[in-house]
Ligand binder design. Sequence first.
Ligand code: OGA
Ligand code: NI
Length: 320
Amino acid sequence: MALLVTSWSNGVQSVPKDYIMPPERRAGDFVTISKDIPVINLQNDRVINHGVPDEMMADMRVLYDEFFNMPVEDKLGVYAEKFGKGCTLYTSGMNYAKEDVHYWKDTLKHPCHPLEEHTPSWPEKPTRYREEVGKYSIEVRKMGFKILELIAEGLGLNKGHFEEVGREQSMAINHYPPCPDPSLAMGIGGHTDPNLITFLQQDHYGLQIQKDGQWMGIEPIPNAFVVNLGYQLQIISNGKLKSAEHRGVLNSTASRTSIVTFFAPNPTLPLVVEPAKELVTSTTPQVFKSYLYNEFLAEYLAFIRKPGPRNGTPLDPYRI
Ligand code: OGA
Ligand code: NI
């Protein structure tokens, strides 16, 4: 538990050695902050007027500030030494003990659907947690499926095309305490989400996406969701939609919290994912292979967990 950044970082004057990223993994000097990420292009897009009430979104931010600021004893019930199945509060990346260098973040994550099955594993404190987060999950699910139907329509697919591959819903709440030297440490390293689609709300700036080989900052819009397309959407759309690599940087004054909802295929089923048949034509040949999602996910996790410099992307083995 002492490992949680939240539990030791308050007031530290310098970045501990095992949080200092090698130079190539640091955020770098300068990135443009984009204020005009398009609202309708649906690639790392931001949605407003999405149907999740502003008040509910704000309540979530207050709730999670409270959660991460609770005394350590109150968090023991969900704490785990590493990322695992079910509800866990863990620190840094997916396996703290095996990392060469750590990320300056703590994460609470849990499944959300079906609610009745999962709420008993959620934190007991703050006492309103299960009720409030339960209601929020339902609203985010409505929005998520509305957007997935629009994407399906836009691609020329049946409205329900993503019903099965988007059925699983989970949340990760990332908390990044202030860091005495944000140029040396990282919040979350560059990655592309492995799932179908991700909706992220945040209180402060820190999210960056890779565009045309450059990192670009995303200016938060109050009560908007950032929409990240995951690898599954890129594959099912036969490459028409692209998932973008993104990462989270730190700041020295405020803690930052991102509240993230993922829609994904069931990771325990041998579910086949492949480019939609409608999108494979004589002029647009199939560019990704068919595969089992659970196998894809296992390979993705192995890629992400591997220490040291990375070669290529987890998508490469699936390209035709
Ligand atoms: C994630 C993620 C970014 C952030 O949890 O997958 O990309 O800003 N988070 O916390
Ligand atoms: Ni992500």
